[in-house]
Design a protein around this ligand. Structure first.
Ligand SMILES: Cc1cc2nc3c(=O)[nH]c(=O)nc-3n(C[C@H](O)[C@H](O)[C@H](O)COP(=O)(O)OP(=O)(O)OC[C@H]3O[C@@H](n4cnc5c(N)ncnc54)[C@H](O)[C@@H]3O)c2cc1C
Length: 562
């Protein structure tokens, strides 16, 4: 039985940063990933990472922008930590080998991003996630004596002892299908988000909410689940992202009449208002008939000097050419708002501790909450690294004071039985992919930029029905080696749990704040709703809803204009 002081599920930026930090405390570490670590979804992060590192900028300004961006739902103590620690993290990354862009004076250069009062986004062209992820992986190699990597292993369940403490996990080796019980003093969930519960999404096929659902199933509290970010610039049909870096470099948004419509919605920040504001503005233009017939508006990147686009935005030059047949240096490209990010997740404190003893969470799977109702662009990479590191340090410290708990080995038989049941399902039923598509389409129709009670109720009915259908969904592959059909069937269950929590949160919040815009409750209502909505599992019944307070340190809620 593999046994490690700290077991990390997920090897994107949050997981790898946590692994490095835990290893540096002297703990032994196991890090599990269902894909090779450098294929984790963090590799897709494009535009950059925020920090108030320039002498003329301040962490307080970064914190205020983040709080305002969150529509005052973010916890200000956690935001303070993130913004204070950001400059040190950027320098640490640069010293570790991340080739951040440098300006003509040879200093680290920045670009502007949405909702920020200063240009404080550090970047590597438009491949920032890729660059950081590879450097972290190199750094992890240095610790190969104490860090064991389980690459292409899939975690199916978290294990608790009789007192409810998380003491391990069950994982399946995807190469041959065998299951192992992992024993540990602390588990850090770093499984990323849940974008695949929507269709389309900017998120890759592997982003299926596994960690959120696994934590929820063992009783962990989820928070801010209703807050789903729609990114303003995604390609119609396939959801591919055109980075906010394009608008940061000077691109304009135009409706079908050629009007720069952001002048009406955000006269000061224009295209660089926060994402919820820009997505709503675009959707309003489209809904009121000023979009293009394909349900889009245009992003005009020709406003950016061509040389600069080819240097700093080269990935989206390729995306435009390959996926839309458009040379973005010469003509506008059609875009619309698309599902991108989940602000909610497993509720944690600022050291990553969840409501389950022994269980931590960091990165997109977690909700600290530093993003509240709306995440600012380039604050997610920062969140993964700051709270990944803090979780690793804390879990490593905890491990030093503990002896290894014993794990009940019999639990593996439940998982074996579950997988056998999936493989033995009779053919001819509805396919996993068909159920997943219905889920994604439903969420994208009713739990999107604009919501109302009727639509949310419809979404809830569909999710409940799909939860009944999913355990009978048919698969084709009955083998043991790289059986992605089995994994897909398990992931579908996770996505349905996550979707249910999202819908329940959205039904509960009867106001408009951040990414949750209720057309039936169009105003923000601080008197009644300046609070987090927490969701916990309740057997097969409707999830249980409760509330927790928003931490306000020194920034009182104000009217939010850009
Ligand atoms: C296209 C795109 C561009 C973006 N650009 C930016 C940007 O410029 N700046 C910014 O701040 N943010 C950006 N974001 C958001 C940001 O990239 C993500 O929020 C962040 O990278 C998530 O990192 P993570 O470590 O939490 O998860 P991930 O990188 O998604 O890693 C999850 C890990 O968990 C593993 N895993 C999941 N489930 C299991 C399981 N059951 N068993 C075993 N392993 C499992 C996966 O294999 C993977 O290793 C972007 C997002 C997208 C989609």
């Amino acid at each position: 039985m593999p046994s490690h002081d700290v077991l990390i599920i997920g090897a994107g930026l949050a997981g790898q940063r946590a692994a490095l930090a835990a290893a540096q405390t002297g703990a032994t570490v196991g890090i599990v990933s269902k894909v090779h670590p450098v294929r984790s979804h963090s590799v897709a992060a494009a535009g950059g990472i925020n920090a108030a590192l320039n002498p003329e900028d301040t962490w307080e300004s970064h914190a205020f922008d983040t709080i305002k961006g969150s529509d005052y739902l973010g916890d200000q103590d956690a935001i303070e930590i993130m913004c204070r620690e950001a400059p040190g993290e950027i320098l640490w990354l640069e010293h570790a080998g991340v080739t951040f862009h440098r300006n003509e004076r040879g200093n680290l250069g920045t670009r502007a991003f949405g909702g920020a009062s200063a240009a404080r986004t550090y970047y590597v062209a438009d491949i920032t996630g890729h660059a950081i992820l590879h450097v972290l992986y190199e750094q992890l190699m240095k610790h190969s004596d104490t860090v064991d990597r389980y690459e292409e292993w899939f975690c199916t369940d978290l294990l608790q002892d009789d007192d409810g403490r998380c003491v391990g996990a069950i994982c399946r080796n995807l190469r041959d299908g065998h299951l192992e019980v992992f024993n540990t003093k602390a588990v850090i969930l770093a499984n990323g988000g849940a974008g695949q519960a929507y269709r389309p999404t900017t998120n890759g096929l592997i982003v299926t909410g596994d960690g959120i659902a696994q934590a929820y199933r063992i009783g962990a509290r989820l928070m801010d689940m209703e807050m789903i970010q729609y990114h303003p610039t995604t390609l119609a049909g396939n959801g591919l992202l055109i980075t906010e870096g394009a608008r940061g470099e000077g691109a304009w948004l135009l409706n079908a009449e050629g009007e720069r419509f952001m002048e009406k919605y955000a006269p000061n920040k224009l295209e660089l208002a926060s994402r919820d504001v820009v997505s709503r503005a675009e959707q309003t233009e489209i809904n009121e008939g000023r979009g293009f017939p394909d349900g889009t508006v245009a992003l005009d990147i020709t406003k950016v000097p061509r040389r600069r686009t080819l240097e700093a935005l080269r990935e989206i030059v390729n995306i435009g050419r390959d996926f839309a047949g458009v040379d973005i240096t010469r003509e506008p490209i059609h875009i619309h708002p698309g599902q991108h990010y989940i602000m909610g997740g497993v509720k944690t404190d600022s050291d990553g501790l969840t409501t389950i003893p022994g269980l931590y969470a960091a990165g997109e799977v977690a909700c600290v909450s530093v993003h509240g109702g709306n995440r600012l662009g380039a604050n997610s990479l920062l969140d993964t690294l700051i709270f990944g590191r803090r979780s690793g340090e804390h879990a490593g410290g905890l491990a030093r004071q503990m002896t290894m708990p014993s794990t009940p080995p019999t639990r593996v038989t439940d998982t074996e039985r579950h997988i056998k049941d999936i493989i033995n399902r009779p053919p001819g039923g509805r396919r996993v992919a068909a159920i997943k598509d219905e889920l994604g389409d439903t969420m994208n129709k009713y739990v999107a930029v604009f919501r109302d009670a009727d639509g949310l109720n419809k979404a809830y009915e569909v999710v409940r029905r799909l939860k009944e259908e999913a355990p009978k969904a048919t698969i084709d592959d009955r083998g043991a080696v790289f059986n992605q059909d089995v994994i897909g069937a398990i992931e579908l269950g996770y996505m349905l749990d996550v979707a249910e929590a999202i819908v329940v949160g959205a039904q509960e919040r009867k106001e408009s704040r951040g990414a949750q815009f209720r057309t039936d409750f169009p105003e923000r209502n601080d008197d009644e709703w300046l609070k987090h909505i927490d969701v916990t599992a309740n057997g097969d019944d409707v999830p249980k809803v409760s509330y927790s307070p928003v931490t306000i340190t020194k920034w009182q809620p104000q009217e939010r204009t850009y």
